[in-house]
Design a protein. Structure first.
Length: 589
């Protein structure tokens, strides 16, 4: 027997765990290798972190170069916190970011660590650098039942992140340098936004500047469903590498985040499915005479080791409803303007509880500058949805370098500082648009019966011969148009944001709403290939006067005769809305 084998056997018999070493495991008939480090006196049921190297790297490089210098090391973090770390080797120094080859490798590592070190299956964490970070995002959808928390570093799916609907809420810490020239920092937030939305986290992050007294910024979205958070640690001036700074050491940051999460849940799960987090409800009416329609709150709940006894719904601390069986829902009525935190509290047969919450904003107004949110280039503001005949986007989302998005203009002189750009790639009618008020944009626009005006400034982006734009007021439920106006711009910016261009004349679109309901403002570019539009200003006002100039509003019953609608047609006034009788405007309630 070799001396090294005898020494290893003696150390194991003495209860001494060997330091970082190379090992291997068979996966689908292929021998796969990895480095593993386990602290002395590890004990049983301790956590496991698996961290994947970048493209054209290997486990040794990740362990000894990316994670280590004279001041810090991953081994030191493991020694203090008592967990096992594995650095696996990808095939040909790369990772399978779309299939199951390396997913099966991770599964095999977990099984071997359970056998060898008796690690806790409920506290297995996965992270990776660069291409390893891309693989980490892939694993979120493939093995969410095996990994308690994920920590991608300087990597995200280049084709866009996705979150499968049946995946549980996923805790994520993403670390990225702002000067990353390989995997641009600008793509980190769009990837995380997918999971922020999936997890039911607030759309707006809490931001800690000068994090740990270091040139870093921590963005925190949460808590969301099941109490999970999504975090982005933004490292100012850092490139495509792992931070080994003492104040912000990547290994410590990953451990301090992941250690809060475990798959071993005995408490029930609950999730508010509607309304969406950070939703905004804007209610319009003349003279501020508005009210908010009833808002239905729905949730799902289950318990892995028992039964859900009840789900209670709250508006802040006010109990709205108690449901003892599915469907779990409550109705918020007579709500006042302001921010509301809606909660669903699930209680199981053991008396354990879980909470899901969403924050929404109710706003009543007679005038609203919708374009006031055009303040960030490369973003799509909350409330907006765009479609260019190929790609549909909903706000809030950012990090876009092409396609429909807010553009920042820098020429001098210039007629706008910012504008929302959208286009029609295919050229078919109504296949290029921007809409405000659709459900996926997160904003509900509720309009009471009355006369409205929409003031706008619109121009073309790259149409020297100009392209007409169609404005519509549409019912949200079926996209039916209740009013429309066509306008042909007379300003074209010229396809370059630094070009100078003249002031844009303000236009006005007046329309009448006859039925209380939810509506969307829809703006369509022309029915020609690559037609486009820039929305520079959009202000919606509810006016006290009708288009006839009549102010008086009286009640009318359904049996009244000689009643006219706002277009001058005789009607029976059998439904709710605004009508005219004897030269006066009347409201049928």
């Amino acid at each position: 027997m070799k001396k090294t084998t005898i020494l290893s056997l003696l150390l194991l018999l003495m209860g001494v765990v060997l330091p970082m070493k190379a090992d291997n495991v068979s996966v689908n008939g292929t021998n796969r290798s990895y480095n593993v480090y386990a602290p002395k006196d590890l004990g049983e049921n301790r956590p496991l972190l698996i961290f994947c190297h970048g493209y054209n790297q290997d486990a040794n490089w990740m362990q000894n170069n990316e994670f280590k210098n004279e001041n810090v090391s991953m081994e030191a973090v493991c020694d203090t916190a008592k967990f096992v770390v594995v650095f696996p080797n990808g095939i040909d120094r790369a990772w399978d970011t779309s299939g199951d080859r390396d997913i099966n490798f991770v599964k095999a590592i977990i099984e071997k660590m359970v056998t060898q070190y008796k690690i806790d299956r409920n506290r297995v964490y996965l992270g990776g650098f660069s291409m390893g970070g891309m693989f980490t995002y892939h694993a979120m959808n493939k093995i969410p039942d095996l990994i308690a928390a994920f920590a991608p570093v300087s990597g995200y799916p280049m084709g866009g992140a996705t979150a499968n609907a049946n995946v549980r809420p996923i805790p994520i810490l993403h670390i990225h340098g702002t000067d990353d020239g390989t995997c641009s920092f600008s793509g980190a937030k769009p990837a995380l936004n997918v999971w922020v939305k999936h997890n039911g986290c607030p759309a707006t992050a809490k931001v800690i500047s000068n994090y740990n007294n270091f040139n870093a910024k921590l963005h925190v979205w949460g808590p969301g469903n099941d109490g999970v958070e999504v975090r982005l640690l933004e490292l100012a001036g850092k490139g495509h590498w792992i931070s080994k700074e003492t104040k912000v050491y990547t290994g410590s940051e990953i451990w301090n985040f992941c250690k809060k999460y475990s798959l071993n849940k005995t408490a029930p799960s609950v999730r508010i499915t509607s309304p969406k987090a950070a939703g905004k409800y804007i209610s319009f009416g003349a003279n501020g005479e508005t009210s908010f329609p009833d808002l239905t709150i729905t949730a799902t709940a289950d318990d892995s080791n028992g039964t859900v006894e009840k789900v209670e719904f709250y508006d802040e601390t006010t109990l709205l409803a108690t449901c003892e069986k599915a469907p779990y829902q409550a109705v918020l009525t007579g709500a006042k303007a302001g921010k509301h935190t809606l909660k669903a509290v699930a209680t199981d047969n053991d008396g354990e509880t879980s909470v899901s919450s969403v924050e929404i904003t109710l706003q009543n107004t007679t005038e609203f500058t919708i374009s006031s949110d055009f303040t960030e280039g490369g973003a799509l503001p909350a409330g907006w949805t765009t479609f260019d005949s190929n790609d549909r986007r909903s706000g809030y989302s950012n990090g876009y370098s092409s396609g429909c998005r807010v553009l920042q203009f820098t020429g001098s002189p210039r007629g706008l500082n910012y504008g929302l750009y959208f286009r029609n790639i295919g050229g078919k009618e109504h296949q290029g648009w921007a809409k405000y008020g659709l459900a996926d944009g997160g904003t509900t626009l509720s309009l009471a019966p009355g006369h409205y005006s929409l003031k706008y400034k619109i121009c073309n982006w790259n149409m020297s011969n100009f392209g007409s734009v169609e404005l519509n007021i549409e019912k949200r439920e079926d996209n039916a148009s209740i009013a429309s106006q066509t306008y042909t711009p007379n300003v074209n910016i010229g396809n370059v944001a630094s070009n100078s261009f003249s002031n844009i004349d303000q236009q006005t679109f007046e329309f009448d709403v006859t039925e209380q309901g939810d509506y969307a403002i829809a703006i369509y570019s022309a029915a020609s290939e690559w037609s486009d539009c820039i929305i520079g200003q959009l202000i919606l006002s509810a006016d006290s006067k009708a288009s006839t100039g009549i102010k008086e509003v009286n009640s009318v019953n359904a049996n009244s005769q000689a009643v006219y609608d706002l277009q001058g047609r005789m009607v029976s006034a059998s439904s709710k809305g605004l009508y005219i009788k004897n030269g006066k405007k009347m409201l049928k309630k």
